[in-house]
Design a protein around this ligand. Structure first.
Ligand code: GLY
Length: 399
């Protein structure tokens, strides 16, 4: 006589079919967003191709035209990087050809020594190109860019100086060796350069910077300051301030996203638990912040005075989602909860509230980012780095 299947077995089958159903919905979501991103970016490329030039889109001007940047702009690597990810996600060789073209167009960034952002610029463009093609001309650029970045290392402070203080608005602030939390995002380039060149100096600089930043840049609640200014001779901290946030003691949202993402990378590269703990602490701080909106798209500054009437910053949300997907792969007990949180951010970003209608928004993917309110730059605009981290998250969101 046949035995009745055990209830346990039925429950397992039911659970598996539910999981399978959820997985199918998730895959459809990712595929639809990749298709949307690919079609928007194909249109952006058609527009720039029609000029006969390689124009690198960043944001929208106030008159609705697209703002394009030169190679030395800190945002010059994001559009080439998006092209690499779209090639990876679609296999469309149009994206490969264009990714190569746009990446090549910013090669001079490898010699840039007057700001710290070569990690963003060269990592997103040449870094992804190297990862996907193994082209050794790309790896040579990565190592050269790391050499340039290393010139900004200040041994007394043990950190990489972010901005020069000899001109512009940075001069007005009276800083000597300002380090911004964003700088953590440049460290991945140094780790990669050690792998490629065998020169451990890059690794040591990255670890020194990560350690000093961990010590000085964070508050007991897990949030971070935007700027820490050091004395380049004694290495002592001179002040803790903001440049792009509401106030020195406020919570500038993108800074928190850079910290979560940056320390996730540092943990992946070194295995040092302190970095993982910081990424988790800063994320938990944001997650539990009483001002975090229900759709999980943070205000540009979580301490801004007119919340809930303050602008949101989509770039923060996209960067956080991408960071969380990576964090989930690093064997942490919170992996399922963090993945679900990232999925919720992505669902919001892909909703009509934040994702542009096809063939609008200058063919950027996402609306409603904030560059810098104190500087009046890109306020409630699309930004190429919001799009880059959104596409990266689409890739990382694949189970
Ligand atoms: N790294 C500059 C910014 O986040 O606006």
């Amino acid at each position: 006589m046949m035995k009745k299947p055990l209830p346990f077995l039925w429950m397992m089958l039911l659970l598996l079919s539910c999981t399978d159903g959820r997985q199918q919905v998730h895959v459809r979501f990712l595929n639809e967003n990749v298709a949307f991103a690919a079609s928007q970016v194909r249109r952006a490329l058609a527009t720039t191709d029609s000029t006969g030039k390689v124009l690198n889109p960043v944001t929208l001007n106030d008159d609705g035209t697209v703002y394009y940047c030169g190679y030395s702009d800190w945002r010059s690597g994001f559009f080439p990087g998006s092209l690499w990810y779209l090639y990876e996600l679609t296999d469309d060789t149009l994206f490969l050809t264009q990714a190569r073209r746009y990446t090549q167009s910013i090669e001079k960034a490898k010699d840039l020594t007057w700001h710290h952002d070569v990690g963003f610029m060269v990592g997103c463009s040449f870094g992804n190109g190297w990862r996907l093609t193994g082209d050794t001309t790309y790896s040579a650029v990565i190592v050269q860019a790391a050499r340039s970045l290393a010139t900004r290392f200040r041994p007394a402070a043990g950190t990489i100086q972010s901005w020069d203080v000899t001109r512009g608005w940075q001069l007005q602030r009276g800083w000597q060796c300002p380090v911004i939390v964003d700088n953590l995002m440049n460290l991945e380039l140094l780790f990669e350069a050690t792998r490629l060149s065998g020169d451990s100096a890059f690794y040591r600089i990255a670890v020194s910077h990560a350690d000093r930043t961990l010590k000085e840049q964070f508050r007991p609640d897990g949030s971070c300051y935007h700027v820490v200014d050091y004395d380049p001779v004694t290495g002592e901290v001179r002040s803790k301030q903001t440049a792009q946030g509401y106030s020195d003691e406020s919570v500038w949202s993108r800074g928190q996203a850079w910290a979560i993402y940056g320390y996730t990378v540092c943990y992946r590269e070194t295995g040092n638990r302190a970095y993982l703990d910081q990424a988790i602490r800063t994320f938990e701080f944001m997650k539990n912040h009483p001002a975090m909106p229900a759709d999980l798209i943070p205000y540009w500054d979580m301490s801004a005075p007119r919340i809930p009437h303050e602008l949101r910053d989509v770039s923060t949300a996209a960067c956080m989602a991408s960071a969380l997907y990576e964090l989930c792969t690093l064997h942490i007990p919170q992996a399922e909860a963090y993945r679900a949180y990232a999925d919720r951010i992505m669902a919001s970003l892909a909703s009509p509230a934040y994702r542009a209608v096809a063939d609008s928004n200058g063919n950027f993917l996402l609306m409603h980012s904030v560059g810098s309110i104190p500087h009046g730059g890109e306020v409630d605009k699309p930004l190429n780095y919001a799009d880059y981290y959104f596409i990266e998250a689409l890739k990382r969101g694949r189970r």
